[in-house]
Write a protein that binds this ligand. Structure first.
Ligand SMILES: [Cu+2]
Length: 498
């Protein structure tokens, strides 16, 4: 039977496979691995979704076999706890540049650079590479967690220009650790991978357990299934233009009291480019995307870094997040106790230079209806008390002259007719996860899994613009992708969720 769902999935899968190779999937933290790198500091140009572009300074991975393109932000270093890392920086800019690695144990010199060589005004916190010269940095990654690197030279300019990048330090292995699933959830899938077959045969009731093998901080309280990076930064286009076009910067200095950002970035992109594919061909200097895709019940690690000048409040719709670490430190009361000092956040306000790790998960718990509609079998992590509950948040009609209220308040509400509805293109047409109903006229149907899409964005709403055009900026969507059901076309899941 050619259902609408099937047709849409086939069209989307075909279009996506044509446009993008498989390696450009969503749902991972892209970066470079190893212990020895060659970087260049270089000028580049980035695209903004309003059709503009801005000059930036960034790092390029010029290690043989590396991407070699200058990028914003710099390459994400993904290394292992205990690694000793060497980075040789070649400076292709016209002023001294350096690299600093907060949280790492430095093995190379950390001597600061003083103006005119005399103690007094510091011009760089660490040794620099002069223009057309190199400087080598060595450090040991003693602690796991979320960190960053940045230039420590002329920071007022060089950080605003983009000389920074993320560092992910993976902990040593804990082996598989079994975690008991709460009794109100159905059991997790066993040996699941999207391409390996249907998974909706999970029918056992709680209690059951899940084995984790990936951790952010070497403790089971930091276990996760999928991880995503949120690196925040921002730009004032008039500053970028001054950098590019002012011929006499000595006599016509930039007045930093007037610096005011008007572009906000996640992983170097403004919305809606944040939701594009990683390594998109139209964004050669902005290879990293940010669009979390995950299944109900999966533990989603959000690595948060603010490399900007302003505070940025990150807000997740759909659920609160549990902040388990700050600045590369697990929030624990004693060594080995786990993240017992974690805190639940509606919004995480990132101070400049701070990092956070937060765990997000979503099961539909507490919604009050069976999000999988009336399938007799349990889906993985389904909230058991709501199983087979029908969707009845609304009753109709409302007596004329009365004010509609939510059914949760015990008062009736009229559901608008589909002809009267405006919904985003990511609406599946259904209040149920995994089923698709008819869409209102004009809807594009950008929801190939019939998932729930939630906006994860800066709660400073001005930051949701690109040069005053809404929507844009520090905004992306996170999608709750239903567990595949037997009979689903599984390749579409593989395409998005490796
Ligand atoms: Cu919001």
């Amino acid at each position: 039977m050619l259902t609408r769902q099937f047709i849409k999935r086939m069209i989307l899968a075909g279009a996506l496979l044509t446009l993008f190779p498989l390696a450009q999937a969503y749902a991972f933290i892209d970066g470079i691995t190893g212990t020895s790198f060659q970087f260049a500091a270089r000028e580049g140009r980035l695209s903004t979704p309003d059709g503009g572009n801005l000059m930036f300074w960034g790092f390029a991975d010029i290690t043989p076999g590396g991407r070699s393109t200058v990028q914003y932000p710099g390459p994400t270093l993904i290394i292992n706890q205990g690694d000793t890392v060497t980075i040789t920086l070649a400076n292709e800019l016209n002023e001294p540049v350096s690299m600093m690695f907060p949280g790492m144990t430095m093995l190379s010199s950390t001597a600061p650079v003083f103006s005119k060589g005399q103690p007094g005004k510091i011009t760089s916190l660490v040794p620099e590479a002069a223009p057309r010269e190199t400087q080598t940095y060595r450090f040991k990654a003693e602690k796991p967690g979320t960190f960053y690197y940045q230039s420590a030279s002329n920071q007022a300019i060089q950080l605003r220009m983009g000389l920074f990048g993320a560092i992910v330090v993976r902990p040593g292995s804990l082996g598989a650790v079994s975690v008991t699933i709460p009794t109100y959830l159905s059991c997790p899938p066993v040996g699941h991978r999207e391409g390996s077959g249907g998974v909706n045969t999970i029918i056992s009731a709680a209690p059951c357990a899940k084995n984790f093998t990936t951790y952010a901080y070497g403790h089971q309280s930091s276990a996760y299934d999928r991880e995503f990076l949120y690196l925040a930064s921002e730009m004032d286009p008039k500053f970028q233009r001054w950098m590019e076009f002012e011929p006499d910067k000595i006599n016509n200095p930039f007045d930093f009291s007037t610096w005011k950002a008007n572009y906000w970035f996640i992983n170097g992109r403004n919305a809606p480019d944040t939701m594009g594919m990683a390594n998109a061909m139209n964004l050669p200097s902005q290879p990293y995307n940010c669009m979390p895709l995950f299944h109900p019940g999966e533990q989603v690690l959000i690595r948060i870094i603010n490399m900007g000048q302003d505070f940025h409040p990150l807000h997740t719709h759909g659920n609160h997040m549990d902040v388990i670490a700050e600045d590369g430190n697990l929030l624990q009361s004693a060594p080995g106790s786990g993240a017992d000092l974690s805190w639940e956040a509606f919004t995480v306000t990132m101070a400049p230079g701070k990092t956070f790790d937060a765990i997000f998960d979503w099961t539909g718990k507490g919604l009050g209806w069976d999000i999988y509609e009336n399938t007799a079998i349990f889906r993985p992590y389904e909230y058991i008390p709501d199983h087979l509950k029908t969707f009845t948040p609304f009753t109709s009609p409302v007596a004329s002259g009365t004010t509609p209220k939510l059914a949760a308040q015990g008062l009736p509400v009229i559901m608008p007719g589909i002809q009267e509805t405006i919904a985003g293109p990511n609406w599946s047409g259904s209040p149920f996860l995994g089923s698709m109903d008819a869409l209102p006229p004009g809807e594009g149907g950008f929801n190939p899994f019939s998932g729930f899409f939630y906006m994860w964005h800066s709660h400073a709403e001005r930051e949701l613009t690109n040069n005053d055009i809404f929507p844009g900026g520090f905004l992306t969507m996170a999608a709750i992708v239903p567990w595949p059901a037997t009979g689903d076309n599984l390749t579409i899941y593989d395409e998005y969720m490796p």
